[in-house]
Design a protein around this ligand. Structure first.
Ligand code: NDP
Length: 477
């Protein structure tokens, strides 16, 4: 068989408009933060991209005070019709600067340009468009005739979808009349700071949005600030628990979007080739750095062998490498720490006796990369079946009956998402109702829409983001 090679198709990094240094954004202005500056790197090469100034506790206080002033004097009292105009402007600016944002995101995060260009950036813009539509219709959202905002929202986001998570947090907060202090992740601060520039361009009143790069201590200072009324966090279950404990009794409203270990259930009557695409998208999209990733494949015992052959064939065609190449399917792991975590869990899978298969794809010589990997013969007790790997690693378990599939799918402390693959509509309805997961996809996976609420059960957190349900988190109801 002749192997056809793709010619390189790199997107130009000049489009990112990368600057040598970036600053914190407080009260409508970029300023030198008084924290220790950090260097953000390109995980695909290890090169330093830019120096970023970070916030100190004093900067956090200044940002919360600016957000409070903006809330009291301008934003909290502005009619929804007026707030909507700013949100529409931000949505349009994101769309206009989509290419720049996509390249910058891929440089800072390591995700393939295909994803940042086709998923992250358009969905971020869509969140602002969608919530702009709600700003003057909150009285019809089912939370009373005139629901009020909460005040200042302290928001902390992770590194896996840096711009998209910022949009998920900021758009509903602003639509409901709150002001925001947001801390992006230490390894991926750049697109949030371009979003700050976009807020300036949209002439958003000073203080309505404040962006404070920094490490976990800055996040802790934001959520603990006594003048913050609402906290929204996306990240690890461990830090989510710490935040919940720290906030207990404070009266602050809290939503947590944490980890997951989703089951993707494939019945014997499923369209297998279609399921293979969904399984691949479910676990290798964004290098598996996805809280709702379909990391546990539950396959009917009668088709598991055929499914594994198809999966290996398909996964062998995934191209791992330069995130800026338009042909790349799987990009770089976001950090050396995350790569070490993936390697240690994969080693645990091997030590516990699971059968490892790794794609024979070539890997770049530098940067942080991990080849797509599938473990077969996984049992429920193994760490790779229980812990969030947050990498391109799939664990395959089997079942014989629908009841067994449901029991295994629900046998997890998490409960963020799940998938069901079957040709029978009645089976979809019967199974999805029994799955304890916030989002259940049927014959598809990893589909996102601003109108669809997203959130978890149990250790995956509480509260919903997106849709009408997501507004509740930012209203005094
Ligand atoms: P964290 O939960 O540590 O990070 C999420 C955000 O919280 C980051 O902005 C982080 O800052 C900040 N943060 C860290 N400590 C605190 C604190 N005490 N108070 C307030 N904010 C804090 O996740 P990691 O990046 O360390 O990733 C570890 C693991 O978590 C991953 O391997 C993965 O399994 C899981 N994870 C899950 C995510 C999800 O979407 N469910 C997203 C990211 C990770 P900083 O960036 O400086 O650490």
């Amino acid at each position: 068989m002749t192997a056809w090679e793709y010619a390189p198709a790199p997107e130009s990094r000049d489009i990112a408009n990368l600057k040598p240094s970036y600053r914190i954004f407080v009260d409508g202005q970029f300023a030198d933060g008084t924290g220790e500056p950090l260097k953000t790197i390109n995980p695909a090469t290890g090169e330093v991209l830019a120096e970023v100034s970070t916030a100190s506790t004093a900067d956090v206080d200044r940002a919360v005070r600016a957000a409070r002033r903006a809330y009291d004097k301008v934003w909290g009292r502005m009619p929804g019709t007026e707030r909507a105009k700013y949100l529409f402007r931000i949505a349009r600016q994101i769309a206009e600067r989509a290419r720049e944002l996509a390249v910058l995101e891929s440089l800072d995060n390591g995700k393939p340009i295909r994803e940042s260009r086709d998923v992250d950036v358009p969905t971020a813009s869509a969140h602002f468009f969608y919530h702009a539509g709600w700003a003057d219709k909150l009285g019809y959202a089912g939370y009373g005739p005139d629901p009020k905002p909460l005040g200042v929202a302290g928001q902390v986001i992770p590194w896996n979808f840096p711009l998209l998570m910022a949009a998920w947090k900021i758009a509903p907060a602003l639509a409901c009349g709150n002001t925001v202090v947001l801390k992006p992740a230490e390894t991926t601060p750049l697109t949030a700071l371009v979003l700050a520039e976009i807020c300036q361009q949209a002439e958003l009143p000073p203080g309505v949005v404040n962006i404070l790069p920094g490490a976990g201590d800055v996040g802790a200072a934001v959520v603990a600030h006594p003048d913050v009324n609402k906290v929204a966090f996306t990240g690890s279950t461990e830090v989510g628990k710490q935040i919940q404990a720290a906030l207990a009794g404070s009266g602050k409203k809290l939503t947590l979007e944490l980890g997951g270990k989703a089951a993707n259930i494939v019945f014997e009557d499923a369209a297998l080739d279609q399921a293979v695409e969904g399984i691949v998208n479910g676990i290798f999209f964004n290098q598996g750095h996805v809280c709702c990733a379909g990391s546990r494949l539950l396959a009917s015992e009668s088709i598991v062998d055929e499914l594994l052959v198809k999966l290996h064939d398909r996964i062998s065609t995934l191209r791992v490498g330069d995130p800026l190449d338009k042909n790349t399917d799987v990009g770089a792991i976001n950090s050396a720490e995350q790569l070490a975590k993936i390697k240690s869990l994969v080693a645990a899978g091997e030590a516990e006796g699971a059968e490892r298969w790794t794609s024979p794809c070539p890997l770049p010589d530098k940067g942080f990369f991990f080849a797509p990997t599938v473990f077969a013969n996984v049992s429920q007790a193994m760490r790779i079946a229980r812990e969030e790997i947050f990498g391109p690693v799939l664990s395959v378990l089997t079942f014989r009956t629908p009841d067994e599939a449901v029991a295994k799918a629900n046998n997890t402390p998490y409960g963020l998402s799940a998938g069901v693959w079957t040709e029978k509509g009645s089976r979809i309805l019967a199974i999805t109702q029994r799955l304890r997961a916030g989002v259940v996809w049927a014959n598809t996976f990893n589909r996102f829409d601003p109108a669809a609420p997203f959130g978890g059960y149990q250790e995956s957190g509480f509260g919903r983001e997106g849709g009408r349900a997501g507004l509740e988190a930012y209203l005094d109801v």
